[in-house]
Design a protein around this ligand. Structure first.
Ligand SMILES: C[S@@+](CC[C@H](N)C(=O)[O-])C[C@H]1O[C@@H](n2cnc3c(N)ncnc32)[C@H](O)[C@@H]1O
Length: 301
């Protein structure tokens, strides 16, 4: 792995630590521990009675966070698990309530260059996309086996690409002569499919961005997992406890927005961020990954 690319800068970190004050004996659940960047910042304010429970579906993220967080005074429990199982994880550790749940969705910088995950259209890697190798279906399985209509629907639904039918047609045509096994192959097929101008296509992103996003969401069941995390949160949070979610595309953000709104309507949450908080231009200039971030925060009543 390219170590230079492995540096992960936590997004909206200053805003988050300003918005959320934790008691020194807090229970914080970092549902996406990543490199432990956010947890480290919160952890510095916590005492020895506090605990940070960190979850991640990527084993390598858990290992990275382990070395980053070992200097903290508080207890740190790191678990290689999907956040959809947050309640079960806490129960297994004998923890029944949390002051703060944080989910910083999306990917760490190092995951993009990790050939074992196989996510990048910028370089050539095996087409896999599973963060958690316990999952059975890879992106290559989908592009080589799904019928044309299902592929088009998937690219449209999870990638919001209006050229989904054309992309699916090109994929199916290509695989008749050769299996699609690498990210470079797939990126080339999508670029070829989009060579003809598509109305209102946004030119500022790589043509394969949406197809790759769609496959990643499908392979890792990302939206269902998010729904499950959000459904568990009210039972886990203490009174006045916070949930904060940073999302990186509109499909995720809509799920978070609707969940918070519904919980507010039912008297469960107060929504702290009526509009999502987005990074300032200075942060985006320093960290390109921050450009699409949206932070929403709610407090349990
Ligand atoms: C943007 S990074 C988190 C970075 C972290 N906040 C930091 O400051 O270092 C997102 C992490 O969430 C993990 N992840 C994605 N979906 C997950 C899920 N359903 N359950 C647990 N972890 C997940 C990814 O593997 C990745 O390590």
């Amino acid at each position: 792995m390219n170590e230079a690319a492995a540096e992960h800068i936590p997004v909206l970190a200053k805003t988050l630590t300003e918005q959320i004050n934790l008691p020194p004996d807090a229970v914080m659940v970092d549902a996406t521990i990543g490199h432990g960047g956010h947890s480290f910042l919160f952890g510095k304010t916590l005492g020895p009675e506090a605990v940070i429970v960190g979850l991640d579906i990527d084993k390598k993220s858990v290992h990275r966070a382990q070395s980053r967080l070992q200097a903290l005074a508080c207890r740190v429990i790191l678990i290689h698990s999907n956040f959809s199982k947050i309640a079960e994880c806490l129960h297994n550790e004998g923890i029944d309530a949390a002051d703060f749940i944080l989910a910083d969705l999306g990917i760490c910088s190092a995951q993009l260059s990790d050939v074992e995950i196989g996510l990048s259209f910028q370089s050539n890697m095996p087409l896999d996309m599973r963060f958690d190798k316990r999952l059975k279906t890879t992106a290559a399985d989908i592009v080589n086996k799904a019928d044309e209509k299902s592929l088009a629907d998937l690219i449209y639904r999870f990638g919001q690409d209006r050229a989904s039918r054309r992309i699916a047609r090109f994929i199916v045509r290509h695989r008749r002569s050769e299996q699609i096994t690498t990210t470079a192959q797939l990126a080339q097929i999508v670029c070829r499919a989009l060579a003809q101008p598509v109305r209102k296509r946004r030119p500022r992103i790589h043509p394969a961005t949406r197809t790759f996003q769609a496959l990643r969401i499908a392979v890792n069941n990302e939206l269902e997992n998010l729904e499950m995390l959000l459904a568990s949160a009210p039972q886990i949070l203490k009174r006045n406890g916070y949930i904060a979610v940073i999302s990186y595309h509109s499909l995720e953000d809509r799920i978070v927005k609707n969940n918070f709104k519904q919980n507010e309507k039912e008297g469960v949450y107060s929504v702290i961020t009526k509009k999502p908080i987005v990074p300032a231009s200075e942060e985006i200039a320093e960290n390109r990954r921050a450009r699409s971030a949206k932070l929403r925060v709610a407090r349990k009543k």
